[in-house]
Design a protein around this ligand. Structure first.
Ligand code: AMP
Ligand code: GLY
Length: 430
């Protein structure tokens, strides 16, 4: 029997805890810090996700055997190193391996060394040099802060003025602090984005089903970027052959290269892909699962997630197997008024008791008051998820149930998975 700790407070971590709760071998399940939904299936531990020493103490006090980490910050801060040094198994990369997400310059260098297809780019430490380069690039041009910037460190710039202004913000004003010591300037790719994930022990990989995330806040991919407003799985435009190529040309070479360079990557490896008419390129690597992609990937997993986590932590991925449900899955994020800008907190959420039994509601920015009433407590509030015999059915189920939920000013995209239903086969050559 295993005592487990899930680190994080989003809908991704609620989905991880929900899936782990189904394992007959889980004897205790903690989420730190969790949210207003996780106490239904686990025990919340009031330690923030980036307090590594606090989490270690909490895990030791509760005799935790295995920790699984949702967000990138604790990994970049060395959570996995600290837990392993204290003999607690951890699913998640070391601080050194988390650089694959925490430094975009490092990730670009790795891709170059491993010959992984990606956008042409250059990395700069010096503002004047970066400015000179940007001014000579075709438009649009993409400027990225090197370090972690909560999803705000990337600008796709339609003009040179905007590119230089963003560069100035990042490198001179240090809008993202130390994350802006270096920048990556990159060619702009076009196509449709997809997310691929591997469970890896540092040598062998097991791919999950892929998913698509919607980053912009409004329908039709308009408005500012968010953490993700919805997702579906599988992406209709990725063929089996594409998936095989993502394995052999992207994920396997990345894991091999990390090991060869002395920083083996163990945990969840996430490749963000731009898929165009002539193939795909890697936009970024992340050292964790995606949010909201996890909320549509895990409901399709038929196998015991604990078996897979143990295989990752114990170096047994070569012998592990994952069985996936062929049913498509759709997830819609319900957000607070104003998100991704400033938003109020503490709005009472009505209608959760009216959700159909075969629909999942993963909480993110929620908490409960003394009487048990669920209140909003963040920007992304809930992810509502359903499987269906078809994408259309899954989508209808989700939106019928989103309509039950109400809080003042709530908003959500109405076009999640719509393109998968409308898609007509288009010729592709790779
Ligand atoms: P990243 O954190 O590098 O994935 O960038 C965040 C988002 O910016 C991506 O999901 C894309 O929507 C966009 N993006 C990043 N790099 C590029 C690129 N080279 N071309 C076009 N869009 C990009
Ligand atoms: N959904 C995008 C991410 O998790 O980074």
């Amino acid at each position: 029997m295993t005592r487990l700790l899930v680190v994080g407070s989003g809908a991704r971590e609620h989905a991880l805890a929900w899936k782990l709760r189904q394992s007959p071998r889980v004897s205790a399940l903690f989420v730190a810090p969790g949210n207003g939904g996780t106490p239904d299936i686990a025990e919340n531990v009031a330690v923030p996700a980036n307090d590594v020493s606090g989490l270690l103490r909490a895990a030791q006090d509760r005799h935790v055997d295995l920790v699984v980490v949702g967000p990138e910050e604790p990994l970049a801060l060395g959570l996995a190193d600290a837990f392993r040094a204290a003999n607690i198994a951890c699913v998640g990369p070391t601080r050194a391996a988390a650089r694959i997400e925490a430094s975009k310059g490092f990730a670009k260098g790795l891709m170059e060394r491993a010959r992984i297809p990606t956008a042409r780019s250059r990395t700069f430490d010096d503002f004047a040099e970066a400015k000179g380069y940007v001014e000579a690039q075709p438009l649009p041009v993409v400027v990225k802060a090197d370090g972690l910037a909560a999803g705000k460190g990337v600008a796709v710039c339609p003009s040179r003025e905007e590119a230089v202004a963003f560069l100035h913000e990042v490198m001179v004003h240090r809008a993202f602090g130390g994350a802006g010591e270096r920048v990556v300037v990159e060619e702009c790719l076009t196509g449709t984005e997809a997310s691929a994930f591997a469970f890896t022990d540092g040598r062998h990989l097991l791919l999950t089903v892929p998913a698509c995330d919607y980053k912009r806040v409004f329908d039709g991919d308009r408005g500012p970027n968010t953490g993700g407003m919805g997702a579906y799985s599988p992406p209709e435009f990725l063929t089996r052959r594409d998936e095989e190529e993502v394995r052999t040309r992207v994920l396997e070479p990345a894991v091999r290269q990390m090991a060869a360079e002395g920083t083996p990557f163990q945990g969840f490896l996430y490749a963000g892909l731009m898929v165009g008419p002539t193939g795909f390129k890697v936009l970024e690597f992340n050292c964790r699962l995606g949010d909201p992609e996890t909320q549509v990937v895990l409901p399709r997993l038929r196998s015991d997630l604990l078996d897979l986590l143990e295989a990752i932590a114990e170096g047994n991925v070569a012998r592990a197997k994952a069985d996936w449900d062929p049913q498509p899955c759709v997830g819609v994020v319900v957000a607070a008024p104003g998100y991704p800008g400033d938003y109020p907190k503490g709005l009472p959420i009505a209608g959760l008791e009216d959700i159909a039994r075969d629909v999942l509601v993963f909480h993110a920015g929620t908490r409960r008051d003394e009487r048990g009433q669920v209140l909003t407590n963040g920007g992304r509030v809930l992810t509502v998820v359903a499987l269906g015999d078809t994408m259309e059915q899954a989508r209808r189920k989700v939106y019928d149930n989103v309509a039950c939920i109400a809080f003042p000013g709530m908003h959500y995209r109405r076009d999640i998975a719509l393109r998968a239903i409308q898609a007509t086969a288009r010729p592709r050559s790779l």
